[in-house]
Design a protein around this ligand. Structure first.
Ligand SMILES: Cc1cc2nc3c(=O)[nH]c(=O)nc-3n(C[C@H](O)[C@H](O)[C@H](O)COP(=O)(O)O)c2cc1C
Length: 247
C-alpha cells in the first residue's frame, strides 16, 4: 500500500550537495507552514525555527558544525530550536515561575525534533533535498550567540535545504533488518548478533559500491569506536548555562 507521503518517505535519501539554484520563499513558507502543524506535547509548542539565508551566518555555522561545507553551500538553512523562553513568558503572565526539569528539556527537544522531521518530509515532497545537522551541538553556546537565541533556547539540530545536484545523487543507505527494530506486542530480546553482522556486510557493500572502501563491520565498527567514550561531554553544563535543566 502506498500514498504520496509514504512514497516520499520510502524514496528519501540525505542530500549534501546542491545545485546553484535558489529555493523560493514560497517553498520555504509552505515547508514551515506544514512543519508548524506537527503534533506538540500538550500543545505547548516548545520550539522555534531560525531560517538562515545570510551567507556569512551560514559560513560561521558551517565552521561551528565542524567544517561541514554543505551548511555554507545550501541556499537555505533551518535551525530547529528547543524553546522554553516563550513558555517562561507565558508563565510570567500569570505570576508563575516555569520550573525547569529534565522533563521540560525533553519536551522541548522532542517538539523541535518532530517539527524538524515534518519539515524534512515537506522539503523532500517538493523535490528538494536536505541533510539534518546534529553538528549544531558541537558548539551550542557559540551557535546560540550567533543566532541571537535568548536564555532557554538551544539548537537541537539544523537542516540544509537545496535542490539536489543530479550528478551527485547518493544511493539509498540500507537500513537495519526489520526484525531488529520492529517488535510486536513485546520486545524480542533474542541475540541480535547474526542480523547485525548481516547488516554490517550489507552496509559495507553499499559503501564499496559508492567507492568508499569500508571494512566488513561497516555499521557496528564505527559505532563501537565512536561510543567508547562520552560524546560531547560539555553538553550538559553548556545547556545548563543556556537555561535547560537535567534533574
Ligand atoms: C538528528 C540528525 C543529525 C544529523 N547530523 C548530521 C550532520 O551533522 N552531518 C551530516 O552530514 N549528516 C547528519 N545527519 C544525517 C545522517 O548521517 C543520515 O540521516 C544517516 O547517515 C542515514 O542516511 P540517509 O538519511 O541518507 O538514509 C543527521 C541525521 C539526523 C537524524
Amino acid at each position: 500500500m502506498t500514498t504520496p507521503v509514504i512514497d516520499t518517505l520510502n524514496t528519501r535519501v540525505t542530500i549534501r550537495t546542491y545545485q546553484d539554484k535558489p529555493v523560493s520563499e514560497e517553498m520555504v513558507q509552505a515547508i514551515l507552514g506544514a512543519a508548524r502543524r506537527s503534533p506538540t506535547s500538550s500543545n505547548m509548542q516548545t520550539y522555534s525555527i531560525v531560517v538562515v539565508r545570510d551567507p556569512e551566518t551560514k559560513k560561521q555555522l558551517a565552521v561551528l558544525a565542524g567544517n561541514q561545507k554543505h551548511v555554507e553551500e545550501c541556499p537555505v538553512f533551518f535551525a530547529f530550536c528547543a524553546d522554553l523562553h516563550r513558555l517562561e513568558m507565558a508563565c510570567a503572565l500569570h505570576g508563575e515561575p516555569l520550573v525547569k526539569s529534565l522533563e521540560t528539556t525533553l519536551v522541548a527537544t522532542v517538539d523541535a525534533a518532530l517539527v524538524g522531521m515534518s519539515a524534512q518530509t515537506a522539503v523532500e515532497s517538493l523535490g528538494l533535498g536536505a541533510v539534518m545537522i546534529g553538528g549544531m551541538r558541537n558548539h551550542p553556546a557559540e551557535v546560540a550567540a550567533l543566532l541571537g537565541l535568548p536564555l532557554g533556547v538551544y539548537v537541537v539540530f539544523g537542516m540544509c535545504v537545496g535542490w539536489p545536484d543530479p550528478i551527485n545523487l547518493p544511493a539509498q543507505k540500507p537500513r537495519l533488518p526489520e526484525e531488529l527494530v520492529i517488535h510486536y506486542e513485546r520486545y524480542d530480546d533474542s541475540d541480535p548478533t547474526p542480523l547485525v553482522q548481516q547488516y554490517d556486510a550489507a552496509l559495507a557493500e553499499h559503501y564499496n559500491a559508492q567507492g568508499n572502501n569500508q571494512h566488513a563491520a561497516a555499521w557496528s565498527g564505527p559505532i563501537a569506536r565512536r561510543l567508547n567514550g562520552k560524546i560531547r561531554p560539555f553538553l550538559r553544563p553548556t545547556l545548563e548555562k543556556l537555561g535547560f535543566a537535567f534533574d
